[in-house]
Ligand binder design. Structure first.
Ligand SMILES: *Cc1c(COP(=O)(O)O)cnc(C)c1O
Length: 398
């Protein structure tokens, strides 16, 4: 058996392979340079164009561009009318921003557990968490697997709850052949460099509801009814601030990059799916690995590829497997620490041990490298390193 790099052996690869990274080409650079030379470098014509093309791509009537995915969630929580005294149901297995948006609005986060297969929100847990104060549900498409099922939609509808889909992981994913972007009242996206497409920082909210769309538009611009660009066009100075909004605008420079990136999305999602299929196939013989579940009718877009370790078949824990893979120069990661475990939420009084599925999953999970420009050689390196490290730690059969 080859010696593990962590024990002084030679690593599977010579340089660190990250778990995710952006791809910027000459067309992207040209697009940004073009925008830099234009009259409006912040709110100009490219914001509208990016929104229009994006809305079309995800099958929504309206898209509102904002400065990042967290701002998108904040805007959605605002437009949903969340305020002090309101309860919003959020799954534990996500990035903190999915819950923080409720806190920005002064609302109360009610954390619920996830399903053991997809690690998406558990609809039965949602049903059990409903009270007379529940106003909204945030459903997170974990790793890129759609989470807004017909069951969740009809539950929200029957209780008069706003449904927000955090689709930071799932741009390009489909459920029953329909693309993510119009399943919920509002769907939020992120254009952080590790996500499917990037604008450096950036985000989007999509909706089919024109009233929500105008609230979202005002919110990203101080709560003001028109933009500087609109006023220049009609030669007017008058505007009104209706709500307390923020400056959450995305610039024309970033939208130029977004448009250029979006043109490559289909190809990139296809590549992510091919990498996921290759991982799935390679890990079948490894009994200590649980590969990600895909429900019937779903076609995830694979922001992450998260394996779960069957710890009973290993003589060590996830932490040691993580460190051993890092030593092999495979940039594994962990998504996520259950959100209520963070000190901020602990101080608010959430106590550990209430979400057994996500808390157990957290001990078992590893995110393997997954990005569209990974070469077949990179994928082979990840597979070789996982095989090498797990074979070294498998408990011998009796
Ligand atoms: C990345 C991410 C966000 C936040 O997006 P930013 O653009 O980084 O603010 C929100 N929710 C989830 C699930 C994410 O992965």
């Amino acid at each position: 058996m080859p010696r593990l790099a962590i024990e002084g052996g030679s690593p599977v690869r010579a340089s660190m392979l990250p778990y995710g990274r952006q791809a910027i080409d000459a067309a992207d650079e040209q697009a940004v340079l073009g925008a830099l030379g234009a009259d409006f470098i912040t709110t100009g014509p490219l914001v509208n164009r990016f929104e229009t093309v994006f809305a079309e791509r995800v099958g929504a009537k309206f898209a509102v561009a904002v400065s990042n995915g967290t701002a998108a969630l904040h805007a959605a929580a605002f437009a949903a009318g969340i305020g002090p005294g309101d309860e919003v149901i959020v799954p534990t297995m996500t990035f903190a921003a999915s819950a923080n948006c409720v806190r920005y609005q002064g609302g109360t986060v009610v954390f619920v557990d996830v399903r053991d297969d997809t690690l998406n929100i558990d609809v039965d847990a949602v049903r059990n968490a409903l009270t007379s104060k529940t106003r909204a549900i945030v459903a997170v498409d974990f790793a890129g697997h759609p989470s807004v099922t017909e069951e969740l939609r009809s539950l929200a509808r029957s209780r008069g709850l706003r449904l927000i889909e955090d689709a930071a992981h799932s741009l390009g994913a489909t459920l029953d052949a329909k693309v993510v972007g119009s399943f919920a009242d509002m769907t939020t996206f992120s254009f952080h460099p590790v996500k499917h497409i990037t604008t450096g920082e950036g985000g989007m909210v999509t909706t089919n509801d024109s009233e929500l769309a105008s609230r979202l538009r005002r919110f990203r611009n101080h709560g003001i009814t028109s933009t500087h660009f609109d006023r220049e066009k009609v030669g007017s100075w008058h505007y009104e601030q209706i709500d307390l909004g923020y400056n959450y605008r995305l610039t024309d420079i970033q939208c130029a990059l977004g448009l250029s990136q979006l043109a490559k999305l289909d190809r990139w999602v296809e590549r992510r799916r091919a990498i996921a299929a290759k991982y799935d196939k390679a890990f079948v013989p490894l009994k200590a690995v649980r590969t990600p579940a895909v429900l019937e009718g779903a076609d995830p877009s694979w922001h992450l590829y998260v394996i779960r370790l069957r710890l009973s078949l290993l003589n060590t824990d996830r932490g040691n497997i993580f460190r051993a893979l890092r030593a092999e120069n495979i940039g594994v990661n962990v998504h996520y620490i259950p959100v209520p475990w963070h000190p901020y939420y602990q101080k608010l009084g959430y106590t550990k041990g209430q979400w057994p599925v996500s808390e157990q999953a957290y001990e078992e999970m590893l995110s393997l490298p997954m990005f569209a420009t990974m070469t077949d050689g990179d994928v082979d390196d990840v597979i070789a390193a996982v095989e090498k490290v797990l074979r070294a730690h498998q408990t011998p059969l009796p």
